[in-house]
Design a protein. Structure first.
Length: 251
C-alpha cells in the first residue's frame, strides 16, 4: 500500500495535481525561444576536414585553411581558405604503407610531400579525411593455423577471420605549376601547427605570384648554416582565396 500511495503522489505531481509545485492552478510560463546556435571554433584537424568538404560542395576539388580568422559585423568567425579546381590538383586515397607507415600527422604531412614528388606532382597535403577497408588477402581462406585458432582460441580466430580495417588517407596532390618548394630560415615560420600555415600565408602575401605557403613539417640541413631550415611549399596564384563564415563550414 505504501508503494501505491507513493506512486499516486508521484503521478499527481507530474500531472500538476496535488503535490505539484504549481499553486493556484496557474500554468507555467512557456520557455523563451532558443537563440541561434553559435558553432564552436574548429581545431586543426577539424578545420582541414571542414574546408575540404565545403570545397567539394562548392565546385572545387579540395581546399585548405590558412588558419587566419576574422570577425564579421555580427561578431561571427570567418575563416580564410584556399581552394583548388579539378585541373589544379588530384585527390587520391593512400594507404598507410604509401605514407611510409607513419603514425603522426606531421610525419604523414612529410610523407605526402615525398609521395607527391616521387609520383610527378609538385607537392601535397592531408585532407584528414580517412576511411577503412578490409584487407581481403586474409579473408575467405582456410589454413591449419586458422583451424586451430577456431578450435582453441575463438577470440583470436575472430581477429584472423576479420582483420582490423586498414586506414585509407584522402590526400590532395598539386599538379605541375601549382606548387613550388624552397627553404627558409627557421625563425620565419612559427613552430605551432597552425602557425606553419598562417605564417606561411602572411609570407606569401609579400611574394609576387603566390597566394599561399606552408611548412610541411619538414626541416632540412643547409650548407653553411648551423640551424636547419624549414621547407616551404608555395602555392601559386592559380588557386583561389575565399573568406568563408564558420557557420557555412559547419552547416
Amino acid at each position: 500500500l505504501g508503494f501505491l500511495r507513493a506512486s499516486t503522489i508521484c503521478c499527481a505531481s507530474i500531472m500538476g495535481g496535488k503535490g505539484s509545485k504549481e499553486k493556484g492552478g496557474k500554468k507555467s510560463e512557456p520557455a523563451a525561444p532558443a537563440g541561434p546556435v553559435v558553432p564552436q571554433e574548429l581545431k586543426f584537424v577539424d578545420r582541414f576536414k571542414a574546408v575540404h568538404t565545403y570545397a567539394t560542395k562548392n565546385g572545387f576539388a579540395s581546399g585548405m585553411p590558412n588558419f587566419l580568422t576574422e570577425k564579421d559585423d555580427g561578431g561571427n568567425s570567418v575563416y580564410g581558405c584556399i581552394f583548388f579546381k579539378d585541373d589544379q590538383v588530384e585527390i587520391r586515397d593512400l594507404s598507410k604503407a604509401d605514407l611510409n607507415n607513419e603514425a603522426s600527422a606531421p610525419a604523414r604531412f612529410r610523407a605526402v610531400h615525398e609521395y607527391a614528388l616521387a609520383n610527378g606532382f609538385s607537392g601535397g597535403y592531408l585532407t584528414f579525411h580517412e576511411s577503412g577497408t578490409v584487407d581481403g588477402a586474409c579473408c575467405g581462406r582456410s589454413s591449419p593455423l586458422r583451424s586451430r585458432l577456431r578450435a582453441f582460441l575463438p577470440f583470436c580466430a575472430h581477429i584472423v577471420a576479420h582483420p582490423r580495417p586498414e586506414p585509407i588517407f584522402k590526400v590532395c596532390l598539386f599538379n605541375d605549376g601549382v606548387a613550388e618548394t624552397q627553404t627558409i630560415a627557421p625563425d620565419a615560420i612559427g613552430k605551432k601547427a597552425e602557425q606553419r600555415f598562417s605564417d606561411g600565408y602572411k609570407w606569401a602575401q609579400n611574394e609576387d605570384g603566390y597566394v599561399m605557403a606552408f611548412n610541411n613539417f619538414k626541416s632540412v640541413e643547409v650548407e653553411g648554416e648551423e640551424q636547419k631550415h624549414l621547407e616551404l611549399v608555395k602555392i601559386t596564384d592559380v588557386a583561389e582565396y575565399r573568406a568563408v563564415p564558420l557557420a557555412d563550414l559547419t552547416a
